[in-house]
Each structure stands twice: as structure tokens, then as C-alpha cells.
Design a protein around this ligand. Structure first.
Ligand SMILES: Nc1nc2c(ncn2[C@@H]2O[C@H](COP(=O)(O)OP(=O)(O)O)[C@@H](O)[C@H]2O)c(=O)[nH]1
Ligand SMILES: [Mg+2]
Length: 285
């Protein structure tokens, strides 16, 4: 099968998929960029972990090493919103030293929110033809050691989306103040009831998407930014008929750096779910 696609107008990608067995496909990519063609894909990996950052200088190097150091190699894309603490410079140093072709960085000019950071990252990952796209926080609340299980749920078990879930077996959250645990748990119950879905951890930010799911969702029209963004993505995937699995994980509160979440983001989620239930689900044209 020969697929020819246009990405972001300036770049032309020719993809030649040769099926050599029912399960294995070899993909040769011919990419025209800046006026010349290259036969080698920029990456050799099937999966990318997207990590949004804002002032994460205490965590960034350690999380990149933990993710890239796993036996199953994952590439990493950092979306940094102009962190005043110099997070992006730490990433650039690692890119030029050790992690060429495995570590990527998109810099935005100011703190524009988690939702738009992920959408930017999803669009880039689609353009780069990664098959599995995983979102994860920089602060070690999501354990990198859980990444292979999230990946396996999609790659081996055939799910379209896998969610690192705190609420499959009770409440698996460590070191959060009890108020925040209760709020998160009951918020999740509220979301389930309003949206009429059985997914337990709808606000989770530790998620693996098969590329086709991201291609089917109209990312330009995803409305929300904070927790509601996480809910909207999962709800849209479910409504489009994709299969979602919850993989139990233990969420540990950050030890270094500070939380960037605000009350406004909570309010967005509270009313946002009602809007979601009443609104239309858009499939990409
Ligand atoms: N690019 C970007 N990253 C953000 C923004 N807000 C938070 N983050 C990152 O998103 C992840 C989760 O944020 P965090 O503050 O840990 O939220 P909490 O765990 O809910 O308290 C971390 O990696 C943050 O650095 C933002 O506006 N832009
Ligand atoms: Mg956090």
C-alpha cells in the first residue's frame, strides 16, 4: 500500500507500508523537508512519551533518563511553556549530548495550559507517524516502570486506549492530602454518572493512545484545558467506539517542585462535563 500525505503544508511525506506477515509491517518513509528528501525516518521507535513541563528543573533530567532507560525504548517529546526556571535548556543539553534522535522539544512562549500542550504534541506525533502516543507528567507521580504495561494493553491486547488508573482497585494514591484524594475520587464518580460511562479514572493524565484514535478525534475542537481536557479526550474516544482499558497504577504525589494546578481548572471540569454530555461529539472530517 502506498500512502501519500501532506503534513502542515510545507512537508510532504511518502509512506510505503510493506506487509511481510499478518502482524508485521515494515514502514519505509521518504520525507521531503527543507527542499531535500531523506529515506531514514527521524525515529526508529513505534512509541513516544509526551511530557508537558512548566518549571520542572528538579525532575526533568531524571524523568527523561527513567523513560529512555527502560528496556522497551520509548522516545520522549517535551512540551515546555517557556519555563522561567530553565527546564528547556536542560532538555536541549541532553538532546545535543546523549539523546539525539530519541528526545525532542517543542517550546511555546508562555504558560498556555496542559490541554493545548498535549494537542500540540499529539499533532507532532501524528506527523512523525508514531503508532503509540503516551502522555505522562514530569514529576514522577506517574511511575515510568508502568509504561510497558500501558503500551502492552494497546500493542499486545489490542485496546485503542489504555489509562493508568488510580481507581480500579480502591484508591491508589500515595501522599496526597486526604482532601485532594476525596475530591478526586468523588469527582470521578460525578463524571461517571453525568457522562454515563463506566471508566473509573476519567481525569487520569497517564494514557496511551493508538495513533488512529488521535487521528479520528477532531483535535482542533477539543474545548478544555485542565482536568476537563483529560475527561473530554477519553469520553470522545469512547463515543467514537474505541476500546479503552484501565490499567491499575499507583499515583505518588510529587516530591520535588510544586503543583501548577489551579482552582479554575477544577471549575472548568465541574461544568465542563455537563457541556460534554449535552454537546456533540465531532469526528475529524
Ligand atoms: N507545557 C505545560 N505543562 C504544564 C502546564 N501546567 C502544568 N504542566 C505540567 O503538567 C504536569 C502536571 O502538572 P502538575 O503541576 O504536576 O499537576 P498536579 O499533579 O495535578 O498537581 C507536570 O509535568 C507540569 O509541569 C502548562 O500550562 N503547560
Ligand atoms: Mg503532578
Amino acid at each position: 500500500m502506498l500512502k501519500i500525505g501532506y503534513f502542515f503544508k510545507k512537508r510532504i511525506t511518502f509512506t510505503l507500508n510493506i506487509s511481510i506477515s499478518a502482524r508485521k509491517t515494515v514502514i519505509l518513509r521518504l520525507v521531503k523537508q527543507n527542499g531535500y528528501y531523506s529515506m531514514n525516518p527521524k525515529h526508529k521507535n513505534d512509541s513516544i512519551v509526551i511530557i508537558p513541563t512548566y518549571n520542572e528543573k528538579e525532575n526533568i533530567e531524571a524523568i527523561i533518563r527513567a523513560v529512555t532507560g527502560l528496556e522497551k525504548g520509548f522516545d520522549v517529546l517535551i512540551i515546555d511553556d517557556g519555563s522561567p526556571d530553565g527546564t528547556a535548556q536542560i532538555v536541549k543539553n541532553l538532546m545535543s549530548d546523549e539523546f539525539q534522535d530519541r528526545l525532542f522539544l517543542i517550546e511555546r512562549s508562555g504558560k498556555l495550559g496542559l490541554g493545548t500542550a498535549y494537542i500540540r504534541g499529539f499533532q507532532w506525533a501524528i506527523e512523525q507517524q508514531y503508532d503509540y502516543v503516551i502522555e505522562m507528567d514530569a514529576d514522577f507521580s506517574h511511575n515510568p516502570a508502568d509504561l510497558p504495561r500501558l503500551y502492552a494493553a494497546c500493542h499486545d491486547e489490542g485496546y485503542d486506549v489504555s489509562v493508568g488508573s488510580r481507581y480500579v482497585t480502591g484508591v491508589n494514591v500515595v501522599n496526597w492530602p486526604i482532601g485532594r484524594v476525596l475530591m478526586s475520587y468523588y469527582a470521578s464518580a460525578y463524571v461517571r454518572t453525568v457522562l454515563g460511562i463506566s471508566l473509573r479514572d476519567t481525569t487520569a493524565g497517564f494514557v496511551c493512545y493508538r495513533r488512529q484514535v488521535l487521528e479520528a478525534i477532531d483535535l482542533e475542537h477539543i474545548r478544555f484545558k485542565g482536568y476537563a481536557f483529560q475527561i473530554e479526550m477519553k469520553y470522545t474516544a469512547l463515543r467514537l467506539g474505541f476500546k479503552v482499558k484501565e490499567v491499575p497504577v499507583i499515583f505518588v504525589n510529587r516530591e520535588l517542585g510544586t503543583s501548577k494546578m489551579s482552582g479554575g481548572i477544577f471549575g472548568e471540569a465541574l461544568f465542563g462535563v455537563m457541556k460534554l454530555r449535552l454537546g456533540k461529539i465531532r469526528k475529524k472530517a
